[in-house]
Design a protein. Structure first.
Length: 230
């Protein structure tokens, strides 16, 4: 399996988009942006994302690292996609003081490339995903990946190119903090991830130069995110 990755990369980082997303989610210049992209449905284990945000907004000692957190970095979770849990996720965002922002479904691959390259961490919560296109796209974009230590993502992700954690709120939050607390290490691992992702590029393996589309979600042209990014 693989994905169309030739249109992705860290060169698509957009400082203006990054600033706008921070402001729209109630953050500031120091706010870290987390991203989930995919179907908003129960089988995706999206409750884990909310658990992570609860952990990141509450000072605590993380058993997995033994590290006492007096003040976590200011984080906002951006959620790209559509599905039956959209309403529930919006309610959770309100409960968490607006720290979770739904972007809608984004169908344009170039705008998605900008989004993926302009966030700090991609968070993939599903330990039962057969493969996982979203995490692979994040790796191809040079964005640090936090993912479960189980499931199809292990076909291409390991400790040399991703931050793998037990799929619970504490372990995932600790992994996010590890990414954010050591930018040089995060950049080095993300660069390695980019190299790994290139092995799974459909266009390279098939010699096909056709225009890329996002393969894991249906196309909608009236996306709320499209309007905000244009």
């Amino acid at each position: 399996m693989g994905a169309r990755l030739e249109h992705l990369g860290p060169q698509h980082l957009d400082p203006e988009l990054r600033l706008r997303l921070r402001r729209q989610s109630g953050g500031d210049g120091a706010t870290a942006l987390l991203l989930y992209a995919g179907r908003l449905s129960p089988e995706k284990n999206l409750a884990l994302l909310i658990e992570v945000m609860e952990r990141l907004t509450t000072p605590a000692k993380f058993k997995s690292t033994g590290r006492q957190i007096e003040a976590s970095p200011d984080c906002r979770l951006l959620i790209e996609g559509s599905g039956p849990l959209e309403g529930w996720l919006r309610e959770q965002g309100h409960r968490l003081g607006g720290r979770v922002r739904l972007l809608g479904h984004l169908s344009d691959c170039n705008e998605m490339a900008r989004l993926l390259a302009s966030v700090d961490v991609f968070v993939h919560p599903n330990p039962r995903e057969p493969f996982g296109i979203g995490p692979l796209e994040a790796m191809a974009s040079g964005t640090p990946l936090v993912a479960p230590d189980a499931g199809g993502v292990l076909d291409y992700a390991d400790a040399t190119c991703a931050w793998l954690a037990k799929p619970d709120g504490e372990a995932f939050a600790a992994a996010v903090l590890e990414v954010l607390s050591n930018p040089p290490a995060a950049r080095a691992k993300a660069q390695r991830a980019r190299q790994v992702a290139e092995r799974y590029d459909w266009q390279r393996s098939r010699g096909n130069s056709s225009t890329p589309t996002r393969p894991f979600t249906p196309v909608f042209s009236n996306s709320r995110m499209h309007k905000e990014m244009s």
